[in-house]
Design a protein around this ligand. Structure first.
Ligand code: HGY
Ligand code: MN
Ligand code: MN
Length: 415
């Protein structure tokens, strides 16, 4: 089995053009994207990706979660394919590269192999996983979670968005329900290229992050119920102020996460206040706490202290409190063999690199349960992501895609 020559690289400007082309679909209001899962914009992005795959004569398969699989044949059709990809759905105020770089980076390695007529023993499949973000339909990494057997298909179909629409209704509406059973495909390996979404690589002037681990995540939805009443005429001691409860629990989350520095994070990104009227004390608030750490023990400690502290706050304020776990995955250790392929690729290509733990969740975190998996990261400006100002350089994108090409070729075996 030959290893790829160090001068074998992808076409940087072609990758960049495709990223900019995809970024035109579902534009945000500040230069980024709003291409949320199962919206018309998502459907349009899928069509563009399919058009590009058709042009490369890839065989397109779609499963019942709408995940897209574009297959390039290998010389041994019975060899398990090497999968490569990420997600095309974005946050409501998302960037142009989160997820997209991994899907179009995968497509770019196919374009390069086709152009140079390089054959591999194993087929190579480029993947677009449905609903990685989990912002419209919680939890995140939903389709890859069903693929890995973590979620049942019907449970996923029943998830509702803020407007009360279900995942099942919406995937039907956009016409992207495939016929493949989810998870029926077996993988030789899976590689995901992704922007870091954090500041480390840029700060340390590293081209490549060799992702050895991913931190675990807990999304705990809290519902506090008090009593709506007049903000002017209700004496302070008589109030059952759900908004005050949320404010104190927000402080508690900050305190718990700060007690586990530097390895933990905690915050609240989504909250709904009812009835959300200027002169009514909130009778109910619903918000989601996002706790993350690479350590199982830290995750457990943060969750335990949250429940205890939130119950105390609710009782002090005469509120009712309910908790619901709406997202979870354990800390991840990626496959050593695949991680080594990523590291060797960066060394062969002469790119500076460092081991890194992924702060964000990714489809690779679930696929790691069912196939040897590794991730490659490239820097992003100021570490900013989940913000329309998310930015990377063309050279960062192409260095990441070059490493992806070499790692995938080592796994797929050039013939
Ligand atoms: O939430 C996450 O970590 C991912 O960006 N969906
Ligand atoms: Mn992502
Ligand atoms: Mn994201």
């Amino acid at each position: 089995m030959s290893t790829p020559a160090a001068n074998l690289k992808i076409n940087s400007s072609r990758l960049w053009e495709s990223l900019m082309e995809m970024a035109k679909i579902g534009p945000g209001v500040a230069g980024g994207n709003n291409r949320q899962t199962l919206t018309d914009e998502d459907a349009e992005g899928r069509e563009l990706f399919k058009k590009w795959c058709d042009k490369e004569s890839l065989e397109m398969g779609v499963d019942k979660m709408g995940t897209m699989f574009a297959r390039r044949e290998g010389t041994d059709p019975n060899a398990l394919p090497v999968y490569v990809g990420s997600h095309l759905d974005t946050q409501p105020t998302g960037g142009k590269y989160d997820g997209v770089l991994g899907v179009l980076g995968g497509l770019e390695i196919i374009r390069t192999l086709n152009e140079l007529d390089i054959k591999t023993k194993h087929p190579i499949v480029v993947v677009n996983f449905t609903n990685e973000e989990g912002t419209r339909f919680a939890p995140p990494m939903m389709a890859s979670g069903v693929f890995a057997g973590v979620h049942e298909l019907q449970w996923a179909y029943d998830r509702k968005d803020a407007a009360g629409k279900t995942f099942g209704e919406e995937i039907n509406r956009i016409g992207w329900i495939g016929d493949e059973e989810v998870g029926s495909r077996k993988m030789h390996a899976f590689f995901e290229l992704h922007i870091e979404q954090g500041p480390i690589l840029e700060a340390e002037n590293k081209d490549i992050g060799v992702v050895t681990h991913g931190q675990g995540l807990n999304w705990i939805q809290v519902t506090l119920t008090g009593r709506e009443s007049h903000t002017g005429s209700t004496p302070m001691p008589m109030r059952k102020n759900a908004g005050l409860g949320m404010a104190r629990i927000t402080e508690l989350v900050q305190e718990i996460a700060m007690s586990h520095q530097p390895s933990a994070v905690g915050g609240i990104g989504q909250c709904d206040v009812f009835p959300n009227s200027r002169n009514i004390i909130p009778g109910k608030v619903v918000f989601t706490i996002d706790f993350r750490s690479p350590s199982f023990d830290v995750q457990d400690d943060m969750e335990t202290r949250l429940y205890e502290g939130a119950k105390k706050i609710a009782s002090d304020l005469d509120l009712n409190v309910e908790f619901e776990k709406v997202g979870h995955f354990d800390p991840v250790t990626f496959d050593e063999g695949c991680v080594d392929k990523v590291r060797r690729a960066a060394e062969r290509l002469g790119y500076s690199h460092k081991n890194i733990i992924s702060g964000a969740g990714h489809d690779a975190c679930w696929i790691n349960k069912v196939a040897p998996t590794a991730m490659i990261m490239c820097p992003c400006v100021d570490g900013l992501s989940h913000n329309e100002a998310e930015e990377i350089s063309e050279s960062w994108a192409s260095a990441g895609a070059d490493v992806l090409l070499h790692a995938v070729l080592e796994a797929a075996e050039i013939v």
